[in-house]
Design a binder for this molecule. Structure first.
Ligand code: SF4
Ligand code: SF4
Length: 311
């Protein structure tokens, strides 16, 4: 009798939960921690992170990603519309996805094998770097598409700006010092999303220095979940860059100066030359290897260590 009564109680409780739990409430039960586990699992099972390079062999392109989170209504996103930051073309998370709650950013660090290979020659990119740039981006697109599919199955709304047909970049004339330059007024910026998501800060070479350095690729999603934001342990836009000038010294196109940062026209001309030589691939990345920020924040202990946790 008692056993039956307890069964009835459980049934009543479940019925009550179902009655009072709206669909939205069920959806928000998907925790940030569970999502991170899903990201790691999808990263591992997405095809294309291991590539076969003629004359080199089989190589893994990316280590596991760093993941950061920002409130979709973080004031930083609105500030990105300022012409001196990105520009009026920039779309806020809510414009990409009206139900936006959180922006999720990923940094996929290149493996030591990819980075090491690009340190050898001072002008031309290594085959591993070229594959990391082109096949690596294709892998990232599959990875983010896989995340979107998984989220859809969980009934979480998701937009991947880089895969969205509205994504676009408008180039505007600018100057770096005395030299002609261009400014990319983009509808979305992976680096700016990563900065907002606490993943790192900008650098002299205009890359973003993360806890795992600058050599790698960024990606992002906008989701309807409202997950806690990652604490940004910086206040300045380039806090992690020590202005050592190593990236400027490495640049085969003299596109970087400590005074003015990177000139996009000179950089693009170098990358175009490499494309003529290595088409359909292209790349350079000499400013991202053999530098103090290649795989870490220069002069800083990793975040986990600083927080007193095991790395
Ligand atoms: S090499 Fe030095 S100056 Fe260049 S981005 Fe890295 S830390 Fe900054
Ligand atoms: S990618 Fe190459 S050309 Fe462009 S700034 Fe870096 S080192 Fe210079």
């Amino acid at each position: 009798m008692e056993h039956g009564s307890s069964k009835q109680n459980v049934g009543f409780i479940l019925q009550s939960i179902r009655a009072f739990c709206t669909e939205k409430e069920v959806i928000t039960m998907y925790s940030k921690e569970a999502f991170i586990c899903d990201c790691v699992a999808i990263f591992a099972k997405t095809e294309g992170n291991t590539v076969e390079i003629p004359g080199v062999g089989s190589i893994v392109l990316f280590d596991e990603p760093l993941i950061g989170f920002a409130d979709a209504e973080d004031a930083l996103f609105e500030s990105y519309r300022q012409p001196e930051i990105i520009g009026t073309n920039f779309m806020s998370p809510k414009e990409w996805l009206p139900a936006a709650g959180t922006v999720v950013s990923f940094f996929l660090p290149f493996t030591e094998a990819v980075r090491r290979s690009n340190r050898a020659d001072r002008t031309d990119p290594s085959p591993e770097w070229l594959y990391g740039r082109i096949e690596g981006q294709a892998f990232i697109s599959r990875f983010t598409a896989g995340l979107k599919k998984m989220l859809k199955e969980r009934r979480t709304e998701c937009c991947v700006p880089s895969l969205d047909e509205r994504f676009g970049i408008r180039f505007e004339a600018a100057f770096t010092g005395e030299k002609p330059d261009f400014h990319a007024d983009s509808r979305w910026s992976e680096r700016h999303a990563a900065y907002a998501c606490g993943l790192g800060t900008f650098s002299l070479s205009r890359g973003l220095i993360s806890e795992k350095g600058i050599a790698g690729r960024y990606a992002s999603l906008i989701v309807s979940e409202t997950w806690p934001a990652t604490v940004r342990d910086y206040t300045g836009v380039d806090d992690y860059c020590i202005k050592c000038g190593a990236c400027a010294r490495n640049c085969p196109a003299q596109a970087i100066t400590v005074e003015h940062g990177k000139n996009n026209v000179l950089c693009k001309a170098q990358v175009d030359r490499m494309q003529e030589k290595y088409s359909p691939r292209y790349g350079c990345g000499k400013c991202q290897v053999n530098v103090p920020c290649e795989f870490r924040v220069p002069g800083k202990r990793p975040r986990a260590e600083r927080a007193g946790k095991a790395p």
